[in-house]
Design a protein around this ligand. Structure first.
Ligand code: 5GP
Length: 204
């Protein structure tokens, strides 16, 4: 039996190259109950990416205008580009009782933690540091210089894991996605999310 509750805001974060995108896609294969928050970015579209599906691709001017109008839940600069989570869809989704997943970098996740402490924060880590380099290299979408920048950034991001609710090792994409789904299911049974509604229901 499901007890009525607000949807969860789930933040999947971790260093660039850890495989957040791949794990997220696998997670969406496992469940149809989750909504994905499409981010906005000023970075160039990569081959195969679609506007409105992978990201909303906008100019720097457009992005800055939206920051000024408070249109983002969080936003950050990452290796020379802006990325942000549009606010509009989130509230609607959560109030309807649907869960929403944000796949964002560490700085943005910190902003969400401060603004919405009830959000569920998951930090995805690579099994080894060498694994991170290999992933960035095999993606073939970044120059060696950008890869080195991202690795340097990852070094400073690992200690941030201590502020998260969960740490998931991406040793295997399918297992990592399964563990995240288990976390989401468990979060729905957390006393703090269930108790008040359940007591109300008993009194009816
Ligand atoms: P990429 O350029 O590889 O698609 O993304 C670079 C980094 O930006 C990744 O770590 C990705 O998770 C993060 N990112 C994507 N969307 C957002 C967002 O809306 N906000 C923040 N803060 N980071 C994002």
């Amino acid at each position: 039996m499901n007890i009525k509750q607000k949807g969860l805001l789930i933040v999947l974060s971790g260093p660039s190259g850890v495989g957040k995108g791949t794990v997220r896609k696998e997670l969406f294969n496992l469940t149809d109950k989750l909504k994905y928050s499409i981010s906005m970015t000023t970075r160039q579209k990569r081959p195969g990416e679609e506007d409105g599906k992978d990201y909303y691709f906008v100019t720097k001017d457009e992005f800055i205008k939206r920051i000024e109008k408070n249109k983002f839940l969080e936003h950050a600069q990452f290796v020379g580009n802006y990325y942000g989570t549009p606010l509009d869809k989130i509230e609607e989704c959560i109030n309807k009782g649907d869960d929403m997943l944000l796949e964002i970098e560490v700085n943005g996740a910190t902003q969400v933690r401060h603004k919405l402490p009830e959000a569920v924060l998951i930090f995805l880590v690579p099994p080894t540091k060498a694994d991170l380099y290999e992933r960035l290299k095999s993606r073939g979408t970044e120059t060696e210089e950008v890869i080195q920048e991202r690795i340097k950034k990852a070094d400073s991001e690992f200690p941030e894991a201590r502020f998260y609710d969960y740490i998931v090792v991406n040793d295997n994409v399918a297992d990592a996605a399964k563990r995240i789904l288990e976390i989401i299911n468990a979060e729905h049974s957390k006393r703090i999310r269930v108790y008040d509604e359940y007591i109300k229901m008993l009194k009816k």
